[in-house]
Design a protein around this ligand. Structure first.
Ligand code: AHG
Ligand code: MN
Ligand code: MN
Ligand code: MN
Length: 336
């Protein structure tokens, strides 16, 4: 009988991790429960009145979808119940979400993208939840401020994502490797299915929205061109794969090897750094990919070293197999 490890068991016995305190386990347990609740709705999205748009526009200037809002409400409510947070931040909320007075609190801060890949919901394409966990900087007596939240990604104490795909998986790290758990719907438990994930040093897949070619600078075009026609003498061929859900593109590249790029572009003057958010998308995935032996940059600089200035700031993202990310860095440093 194969060894079956339920996630709570691993969390409880993760002695080597400084995060194995009961308080952290409590927080991750609420994230797990939230993932199960969201997964239920995602799985029957076509049957209940939960597809389509709410008619609202979020702080990102994006049309909010009903499942975005549902996932956000589930996460805010459940995570506040964990009793170990002093603040939350969501892609869907303009400002910090403080823990209500009547909820017990603690020193952790969680930042999340409640539903990544929203544009794909109605087409039944994989989507996900991404989360990033910090400890507050100020001491317990002072009120929590944005300064507690705007920390470099290197200070994350944990990061992870849940992908609602052909199966539902939770992938997370507390700085001791990356572990993947698959939801067994028959028992309603996340079971360890991918212990200690490592990303191949070089991949055979590149993921980028080539529809924006005319909005990229020359260095970016040179970098993307490389993956169409790598070192001429080698017989290496890269495949282009782009789902349009960051969490799904990232997860495939993490397991198979490959590189994902969302470069800076001039398509929207309001965000010349591309579309992806540093705090709730780039930072958590950068922690995961580094723990799996990969790399994550903004084209040149390590994502985890970037000092955030705003909660929803955007950042160009180049993430995946180390040698592929270094290849892009060469082109970005060389310029046009
Ligand atoms: P979200 O649904 O959380 O707003 O994120 C969508 C992001 C990301 O999932 C994906 O990689 C990217 O949008 C796709 O953007 P384009 O359609 O511009 O390629
Ligand atoms: Mn969005
Ligand atoms: Mn997203
Ligand atoms: Mn989102």
């Amino acid at each position: 009988m194969p060894q079956i490890t339920v996630i709570e068991h691993l969390l409880y016995h993760q002695k080597e991790s400084p995060m194995a305190t009961g308080r952290f386990t409590r927080l991750l347990s609420e994230m797990i429960l939230s993932g199960k609740i969201i997964n239920q709705e995602v799985n029957k999205a076509g049957l209940v009145e939960i597809l389509g748009l709410t008619g609202e526009t979020n702080i990102q200037g994006e049309k909010v979808r009903k499942l975005d809002e549902f996932a956000n409400q589930v996460l805010v409510h459940r995570l506040q119940q964990a009793g170990v947070l002093c603040a939350l931040a969501s892609e869907e909320n303009a400002d910090l979400i403080l823990v209500p007075e009547d909820c017990p609190r603690g020193d952790y801060i969680i930042i999340f993208d409640p539903l990544d890949g929203s544009s794909n919901i109605d087409a039944n394409v994989s989507i996900g939840t991404i989360f990033s966990i910090f400890r507050r900087i100020s001491t317990g007596e002072e009120p929590v401020t944005l300064n507690d939240v705007l920390q470099k990604g290197a200070r994350q104490v944990a990061a992870g994502y849940i992908i609602y795909g052909s199966s539902t998986m939770l992938v997370y790290t507390t700085g001791n490797g990356v572990h993947g758990f698959t939801l067994d719907p028959s028992v309603g438990e996340f079971l360890l299915s991918h212990p200690d994930i490592k990303i191949p040093e070089r991949g055979k897949i590149y993921s980028v929205n080539e529809g924006y070619w005319h909005y990229w600078d020359q260095a970016t075009r040179n970098a993307v061109d490389y993956f169409k026609n790598p070192d001429n003498d080698s017989k290496r061929v890269y495949r282009s794969r782009y789902i349009g859900s960051l969490v799904a593109d990232f997860h495939r590249n993490l397991l198979y090897g490959g590189i994902f790029l969302y470069p800076a572009d001039t398509k929207d003057p309001a965000c010349s750094h591309g579309k992806l958010r540093l705090m709730c998308e780039a930072n958590p995935l950068a922690m995961i990919v580094e723990q799996a032996g990969g790399m994550a940059t903004d084209g040149i600089n390590r994502i985890l070293d970037l000092q955030p200035k705003e909660l929803h700031e955007r950042v160009p993202l180049v993430i995946g197999s180390k040698l592929d990310v270094l290849q892009v860095e060469k082109f970005m440093r060389a310029g046009a």
